[in-house]
Design a protein around this ligand. Structure first.
Ligand code: ZN
Length: 386
């Protein structure tokens, strides 16, 4: 907790639009005031909220906590350096013992709520990505899939709070399970699914809230068979998108942005994020990072090496307005999790604040009032750009 108020000045994105002036904050935003003498070159945006994070800096969340180090905390520290102020630690499809081990590590990082480690993004909870997915749409998930039961999910949920759960709705028993998971406070997303448009529609009617990395790992849109992508574009309020310009063509990104009112961006970042080209772990699999991409030996994309500040620049590069891009990185994911005091800069909200120069390079990160010391990036995106 900070005692005396601090201040950031510049062109500030507020819920009612841009304001040239100052934001005063302690751990929460205290005041906004207009001042026409402030330079408009400095841009102040709300902190990024990333609801799909597997790793960074050579560390995978599936490593759990061991020998005095907690992988979830290391990952939360690495992403904070790129403007992520809150995230969901995301597990991979794995054996029950491996998932339990990862959840135990996450639990230790989440439960110390008042004591968020210094320099760390707030870990809001867990995104359980598998094992309740289709063997036909594994992507980079290993083939140890199974159908979910309420007992198993309850067991995992008791170890660490699951906020988001990805499943394939066409698997036996899943449709009936969706409302029961909602009752536990879990948002259910369709992902890694070989289901039809009709399966997607039935799942939405049963209480599905979103779609996991839209377009990737699901049946595509064909005008005779609209698939899971068609169900999302036609009916979804929320969906994830990976804007690394590798997973989804900019044209498909634009179609989704136009169709889905509260589309939000995630990194799906792996341990290779922020690291030089080479071989890394993704859960139990080995992946290769090369030319900004992370791939399995088969060549299929295996998560990303994306950071949220690069996501912002990518969205602007394809012509998305800066305020609209910010909403997809901050406000929409906060709204999805039902967090009215995150993802926006207004009095009473958490002081999760980012400052950028006119090239959209990050210059300051404030998490719940704590101003971070930014480390110079040893391997910048420019080094690994194709
Ligand atoms: Zn993932």
């Amino acid at each position: 907790m900070t005692s005396s108020p601090s201040r950031l000045s510049g062109r500030i994105l507020t819920p009612s639009g841009w304001l040239l002036g100052h934001v005063d904050y302690s751990d929460r935003v205290l005041r906004l005031h207009e001042d026409s003498t402030v330079s408009p070159d400095r841009i102040i945006l709300p902190g990024f909220i990333d609801l799909h994070v597997h790793g960074a800096a050579g560390v995978d969340i599936m490593e759990g906590a061991m020998e005095g180090r907690n992988s979830a905390e290391q990952v939360a520290r690495a992403h904070a350096q790129h403007g992520t102020t809150a995230l969901l630690g995301t597990t991979m499809t794995a054996s029950p013992a491996s998932i339990e081990h990862a959840l135990e590590g996450l639990s230790a990082a989440i439960s110390e709520r008042a004591e968020r480690g210094s320099g760390m993004a707030r870990i809001l909870g867990v995104h359980l990505e598998g094992p309740f997915i289709s063997a036909k749409r594994l992507g980079a998930q290993p083939n140890v899939v199974c159908s979910a039961t309420l007992e198993v999910v309850r067991h995992y949920h008791a170890i660490a709070p699951i906020k988001v759960l990805t499943l394939a709705p066409e698997l036996s028993g899943h449709l009936a399970l969706i409302p029961q998971l909602n009752e536990l406070g879990i948002r259910v997303q369709i992902g890694h699914s070989a289901g039809s448009y009709e399966d997607g529609l039935a799942a939405l009617q049963a209480g599905v809230a979103g779609f996991t990395h839209l377009f990737n790992g699901m049946t595509p849109l064909n005008h005779y068979q609209p698939g899971i992508v068609g169900a999302a574009l036609a009916h979804a309020q929320f969906a994830e998108l990976i804007p690394d310009l590798q997973h989804v063509h900019p044209g498909a990104m634009r179609a989704a942005i136009r169709a889905i009112p509260q589309l939000y961006c995630v990194t799906d970042a792996t341990s290779a994020t922020g690291m030089p080209d080479g071989e890394y772990a993704l859960g139990s699999q080995r992946v290769l990072k090369c030319l900004g991409c992370v791939r399995l030996a088969s060549g299929s994309l295996a998560g990303s090496a994306l950071t949220m500040d690069q996501a912002l620049r990518n969205l602007c590069e394809i012509g998305i307005d800066l305020a609209a891009a910010s909403h997809m990185l901050s406000r929409n994911p906060a709204d999805y999790l039902g967090l009215p005091d995150r993802g926006r800069i207004e009095p009473g909200a958490w002081a999760d604040l980012l400052a950028f120069d006119s090239d959209l390079q990050l210059t300051s990160v404030v998490i719940e009032g704590e101003a971070l010391t930014l480390q110079p990036a040893p391997h910048s995106a420019k080094d690994s750009a194709p």
